[in-house]
Write a protein that binds this ligand. Sequence first.
Ligand code: GRF
Length: 211
Amino acid sequence: MLKIGVFASGAGSNFIAIHEAAMSGRLSAEIRLVVSNNSSAGALEYARGTGIPALHLSSKTVADETALPRAFLSALAEHDVDFVVLAGYMKLMPREVIAAYPRRITNIHPALLPKFGGKGMFGMHVHEAVLASGDAVSGATVHLVDEVFDHGAIILQRTVPVMPGDTPQTLAARVLEVEHAIYPEALQLFAGDRLHFDGSHVTILDTAHQT
Ligand code: GRF
């Protein structure tokens, strides 16, 4: 059972998909905390509506920028979080938090990494770049988080077709549907101890890891 802390900046549809998967038993996890840098994030509103502890933590809510990593770590510890899920979180995770949760922080990106990732590749910019490239497929990627945007080992990817006449918005909607499916699936691989890591290479095991 994963004890998840979610970080989200926006609508929170991935967070909601993960919460629904956990409630239905498809994902062995409990969401223990939601953190946002954005006080008006839909993710915070949904969390409050469902009784999940919800915190607004940003450089504006703490004394200075250096206090933020400590505030994150103490909130995660206080809520007994053992796995961190970034779901549309628009800030770089502080290195202190990455160090405290080795191979226990994931992110989802709305394209097939390593293509169309990195700084500036967020929101509609991603889908605009995919359409401009002429690629026939796009998709979504769940990956581990390290100190570089969109860079850690890839856990799971799924493709969607790029259709003639697609706009960034129609492509984004098709990708988002796939995101909602693969993020809970990827987290269940962690919950079931089904991942083997060899450096940045990840293998999905048929059954739970025996060590
Ligand atoms: C998703 O497209 C995700 O891939 C990206 O940010 C968006 C978040 O959407 N990292 P939501 O807040 O989960 O609805």
